[in-house]
Design a protein around this ligand. Structure first.
Ligand code: ADP
Ligand code: MG
Length: 758
């Protein structure tokens, strides 16, 4: 209030003095800066008086949120009106960007970034390596005759970059001698300044394509799929009489799980360093059986870390919202507020980078691997997904009486159909090497795709299928706790089901299969495209229908009936479900290697080509890259095991056996007492040592054979079946040895040290 009055006074002063618009803008900027500094100082004094926090730790969220983002507010403030308007048209209506506009934007972006301390800019992109890539260029131009340099950044440099494409995975899309690749500015995701040890860098989110325009990254197909669902969803809602919405976008909110371990201990584990997961390790006496970590009070050290992570993310405009401890000891979760799919994907990359970067400052190491510890819950990512119009209508909102909401029922049954027909593709989109330890292995969620709808919607669907008419919706009930002083409130109309891989949760679907370190781009590409296909098919029918209402009714009933097999509300972790799903004919694809072929089926090719999301060549290249990635990652794991077993474990065990033998000899010579413990242990340990040596030799031979094979499916299958088996055969005796050998001699921290002593 005070601020508004002061601002109006300032405005009044400017108007009375007939100041021009640039002057007023400048004064406004200075006014905000001064006011915020004063406010900040005042708050610091108040906090210091109370003594509740160190002054240096104080910050105001609303002040820092988005401070390092070239967002709409900054653009509006800094760009000339005409340029701003043109850029908005490009962003919102997908119009072409002209070089003149780009030049003005680039100049302002550079000035803004330099004010934030930036010396370099980078085209920030997501090649198919699983991590983001960047090449930094400084803003400086060639020195002038007086020896000084200017800082420049042109529109051309903003919109186009030329990294060497031959060094990134292309899956045969290009030969290595054809090096040209382009990064293209994605103006729908705002540029940001990242501050780290390298100083400050202006990061420009970009798409990455080959010389011939084929997508070599995650972003390009994502943007294409967003266009597909936009086109088809607009067609659909128009049929229902919507004339106001101009754009439909998928909204995505990913919940990110991660582990934190002590960095000193991490550095003593070569397996974690090289592969992100432990390759050896006996179970500690306590695991997660007490369920005492989930939502438990957050420890000081972790809380300080989370605070720092949030601060960094808020500066980057990432709306980190919730944080809590997860099921496993040392496991945690962070969820942002949902955003447009494209921004959500970029933000999730920033979340992962930030989680890792900030951990170092707290003497911690963040593990994003899906399964860092065998026998302990792994990490995933819940991809919450809905479809929203630009005027705020969520197409997945059922309202209070879903049975009357015909548009919702049609959208819902389209999704049932899409997921049923393309279950294999959805499963594939969550496949990565680490996730094989979760999906279809001994951990949930299962590898079988099914949909949880909850009682209310399932009941509506049952009515539709049995009588062709849904006449009522189960309503929500009051929650009764039996305690008078607790407030009464209405429960949700449906309970939750944590075991479902694809669950309806009120006004969105939650796809829970995604791996914790994987990009969420691919699952969203698949979701957007398969739903676009279902929408397009109903539109084809409805646009020609004589009786619209009847046609809609028939379609809902038809889809609900034909695809009801995909709906499952029971326990997805049970063996009965596996059997039942088999009877229903639902695919149960247990490994990444088995999932990859679904990328190149005729069904997939015609789906993706129809909506211009992938060409056949792009799909084939992606399948090839995935086979290569699989073999390479397992090969690295095998080599890490060979290294650790040969150089650390066997020498340590020999040291221990020597100690045992010496002890036995000593006892014998001094007092001839009972040395049965030493001899029994020596025998047991020596036998396991021999087993270890043999398993090591076998793994070396098996892995060498794999390395000599030609890259492709056959090699990946070999790594999955032969190399992994040989790895397990080596791990078994080593884990037994860990339980016998003197802890002081064992060469690395144990599971207990890692997950209970953070
Ligand atoms: P839950 O407890 O259902 O998992 P949360 O409210 O914690 O729900 O939300 C989980 C994630 O889902 C958050 O990132 C949230 O922003 C996101 N989310 C909420 N509503 C939607 C929606 N309509 N579309 C997409 N994501 C959503
Ligand atoms: Mg959730």
């Amino acid at each position: 209030m005070k601020k508004t009055i002061a601002f109006l006074l300032l405005l009044g002063y400017c108007i009375t003095n007939k100041e021009n618009i640039q002057n007023i803008q400048k004064r406004t900027r200075v006014f905000h800066q001064v006011w915020n500094t004063l406010f900040y100082a005042q708050a610091r004094i108040r906090i210091k008086r109370k003594g509740s926090m160190k002054m240096s730790e104080y910050f105001s969220v609303s002040d820092i949120f988005g401070e390092n983002v070239f967002n709409d507010a900054v653009m509006q403030e800094r760009l000339p009106k005409k340029t701003y308007k043109k850029l908005k048209e490009v962003i919102e209506a997908g119009k072409e960007l002209d070089l003149e506009t780009a030049d003005v934007v680039a100049h302002e972006m550079k000035e803004w970034a330099i004010e934030k301390g930036a010396t370099h800019y980078t085209h920030w992109f997501q090649p198919l390596t699983g991590v983001t890539a960047e090449k930094h260029d400084s803003f400086i131009t060639a020195p002038m005759p007086n020896g000084k340099v200017l800082m420049s950044f042109s529109g051309k440099e903003l919109i186009k970059g030329e990294p060497d494409a031959s060094s990134f995975p292309s899956g045969g899309l290009r030969a290595t001698f054809e090096a040209r690749g382009y990064t293209a500015w994605d103006c729908t995701s705002p540029a940001f300044v990242r501050q780290d040890a390298a100083g400050a860098t202006l990061c420009i989110p970009t798409a990455f394509c080959s010389y011939t325009g084929e997508a070599l990254d995650q972003k390009t197909p994502l943007l294409r799929s967003m266009e597909a669902i936009n086109d088809q969803a607009l067609r659909l809602i128009k049929l229902f009489g919507n004339t106001t919405s101009k754009k439909v976008t998928p909204s995505v909110g990913p919940e990110q799980e991660y582990f934190l371990v002590d960095r000193e201990k991490y550095l003593k584990r070569k397996d974690l360093i090289f592969t992100g997961r432990t390759l050896f390790g006996a179970m500690p006496p306590k695991g997660q059986e007490m369920d005492d970590h989930y939502f438990g009070a957050i420890r000081e050290r972790i809380a300080a870390y989370m605070k720092d992570v949030n601060k960094e993310l808020w500066k980057l405009g990432v709306s980190a919202k919730t944080q809590h401890n997860e099921v496993a000891p040392a496991q945690h979760e962070l969820a942002p507020i949902y955003a447009e799919a494209n921004i959500a994907v970029d933000h999730n990359q920033l979340v992962m980078e930030t989680l890792k970067k900030v951990a170092g400052r707290h003497g911690l190491q963040c593990l994003l691997h899906e399964k860092p510890f065998a026998g302990v819950n792994g990490s995933g990512k819940h991809n919450n997904w809905s479809i929203t119009t630009d005027d705020g209508i969520n197409l997945l909102d059922p309202g209070k009486t879903p049975h009357e909401n015909v548009q919702f029922l049609l959208v819902l049954t389209c999704i049932l159909k899409a997921v049923d027909i393309h279950a294999d593709l959805l499963r594939e989109s969550a496949a990565d090497v680490g996730n094989d330890h979760r999906l279809g292995a001994n951990e949930a969620p299962p590898a079988i795709i099914s949909i949880y709808l909850g009682d209310q919607l399932e009941d509506v669907l049952t009515q539709l299928i049995s009588t062709g008419e849904a006449t009522h919706s189960l309503s929500s009930e009051k929650l009764e706790t039996g305690v008078k002083t607790l407030p009464d409130f209405m429960k949700d109309a449906a309970d939750r089901n944590r075991t479902s891989p694809f669950a309806f949760t009120g006004n969105k679907f939650e796809f829970r299969m995604v791996g914790s370190q994987d990009s969420i781009a691919q699952p969203n590409v698949v979701l957007n495209t398969i739903v676009a296909e279902a929408f397009s098919e109903v539109c084809d029918i409805l646009e020609k229908a004589d009786d619209f209402d009847l046609a809609v009714h028939d379609l809902i009933k038809k889809y609900a009936t034909e695809h009801q097999r995909i709906v499952f509300n029971g326990n997805g972790y049970s063996d009965e479900w596996v059997e039942e799903a088999g009877k229903r004919g639902l695919p149960n694809i247990k490994s990444m290697v088995d999932a990859i072929p679904s990328l190149t089926t005729e069904k997939a090719v015609s789906l993706f080509e129809k909506f211009g999301v992938f060409t056949r060549a792009e799909l084939e290249s992606r399948a090839e890259i995935e086979y290569e990635t699989y073999a390479k990652e397992i090969n690295i794991e095998a080599k890490a095991m060979i290294d650790i077993a040969g150089k650390q474990i066997i020498p340590a065990v020999i040291k221990y056996t020597t100690k045992l033998a010496e002890s036995a000899n000593l006892v014998k010579s001094v007092c001839d007492a009972d040395i049965s413990v030493q001899t029994e242990l020596l025998k047991e340990v020596s036998d396991l040592l021999a087993e270890t040596k043999a398993a090591l030799a076998n793994l070396t031979a098996v892995n060498n054979k794999g390395g000599a094979m030609e890259e492709g499916r056959e090699q990946a299958v070999y790594y999955r079946d032969e190399v992994r088996a040989a790895m397990l055969a080596l791990r078994a005796p080593v884990d037994k040895l860990e339980m016998l050998v003197d802890k002081d001699i064992w060469p690395m921290p144990s599971y207990g040290d890692l997950i209970f002593e953070v």
